[in-house]
Design a protein around this ligand. Structure first.
Ligand code: FES
Length: 193
């Protein structure tokens, strides 16, 4: 969508630049002199090309101003208060954000769904007190409710994302901030106030 807007912006800006330069060219041309008309044409064509290039550059800058990632993986996503699981409850899964929000007695943690072995998506199979609450279907890595590795070839626990509890009880997960770890530690969680 943003690419289409950028392209349209570039085309419209380039067209406007060409029209303006064409009008200016008419004011400055001398009908009595073919030489002058030729020079004017070359000048306007050059300025038109420069104007179009500048339009494309301006469109690129416009793209930098627009955040590319909103509401998707890489951005900050909100889990509504009603969707926050109870302690040891079934994790809330955000498919676009690629995380599970789990809730244990220490607090909340957002687990990255990507298996640290070779990147498959790890499903939750529960229950929360099982040492194999998460099981990767690809090569059999297993993780407990906190994402700690309990079996299989994975080299480390499931990664986790930065979590912030908002004043209204909703939870913000920064899917652009992913942390690796050696093992589970309560400091990786955030208390639900
Ligand atoms: S990708 Fe999950 S165990 Fe290999």
């Amino acid at each position: 969508m943003i690419r289409i807007v950028r392209t349209l912006f570039g085309l419209i800006f380039g067209w406007i630049a060409s029209v303006v330069l064409g009008v200016l060219g008419r004011f400055h041309s001398d009908p009595m002199s073919n030489r002058v008309q030729r020079r004017t044409f070359v000048r306007n064509a050059t300025l038109g090309a420069v104007g179009s290039t500048l339009a494309v550059v301006a469109a690129g800058f416009g793209g930098l101003m627009w955040p590319n990632k909103t509401g998707a993986f890489g951005s900050k996503l909100i889990v509504p208060a009603d969707d926050v699981p109870p302690v040891d409850g079934v994790p809330f899964r955000n498919v676009a954000g690629k995380f599970y929000l789990i809730h244990n007695t220490d607090g909340l943690m957002a687990l990255y769904t990507k298996c640290p072995h070779l990147g498959c998506t790890v499903p939750y199979v529960g229950p929360a007190d099982s040492p194999h609450a998460f099981q990767c279907p690809c090569h059999g890595s297993m993780y407990d409710y906190e994402g700690d590795r309990t079996g299989g070839p994975a080299p480390r626990p499931m990664d986790y994302m930065t979590v912030t509890v908002e004043p209204d009880g909703s939870v913000m997960v920064n899917t652009g901030e992913i942390h690796t770890r050696e093992s589970y530690d309560p400091s990786q969680t955030v208390k639900l106030a």
